[in-house]
Design a protein around this ligand. Sequence first.
Ligand SMILES: Nc1ncnc2c1ncn2[C@@H]1O[C@H](COP(=O)(O)OP(=O)(O)OP(=O)(O)O)[C@@H](O)[C@H]1O
Length: 233
Amino acid sequence: MSELLRFHNVSAGYGDSIVLENVSISLETGGSLALLGRNGVGKTTLIMTLMGLTKLHSGEVFWQGKNISSTSTYKRSLAGLGWVPQERHMFPSLTVEEHLTVVARPGKWDLQKIYGIFPRLKERRANMGNQLSGGEQQMVAIARALMTNPSLLLLDEPMEGLAPIIVQDLMQIIKGLVTDEGLAVIIVEQHARLALALTKNMIALDRGKVIYESESASLLADSALLNRLVSVS
Ligand SMILES: Nc1ncnc2c1ncn2[C@@H]1O[C@H](COP(=O)(O)OP(=O)(O)OP(=O)(O)O)[C@@H](O)[C@H]1O
């Protein structure tokens, strides 16, 4: 497998304040990574840094072997980074289908394929953005990122605030994206066990630094360590 993404000694933050300190991570094509840690340790900041939305103080970000440290967010998106932000960003004046078609780029993901894995969105395709449940909004947010035909999907707390039955649906869908579609995924999730069940590898952050990394399955088997790293499961 070839390298898809690499952070090399990245320190980044907002203005003068540094949140991430000397973070190095890498991900292979089709790989999957859970990003764990307590509230406020820098998980979202890492995703935002990958999208070029923070101030990079030092270090480099490589994408498919190219240094993209000073590449714009828009160009990163064009290059295959698919971001599903925590806030979901629904537009009340657009239908579900418009949310999807407005960002569409050529590739294997089109409306037909999206509706195949999200039948609920097909049923709701004429609903406006503000006429959707939280779970449906999250599905639109993921589907919209897929419509850009990304090589990597960045999921920031996708299960937040969702009913358990919807969480189960989303787990199946995300698992399918990784195992059946070969899509690379980075997932930030407060429910650490869910994120570990979906991924091959994990890293834990504390105060902006990587404090632990391993295969997800081995951490899942060590509850005491997992609790120490994230204090929630
Ligand atoms: N836009 C911003 N401007 C300044 N500081 C910020 C900004 N966003 C986040 N921070 C700070 O960066 C630090 C890390 O926040 P971040 O949101 O990356 O953590 P997190 O691990 O994702 O936490 P959570 O699970 O609560 O979302 C926090 O101290 C936070 O206050």
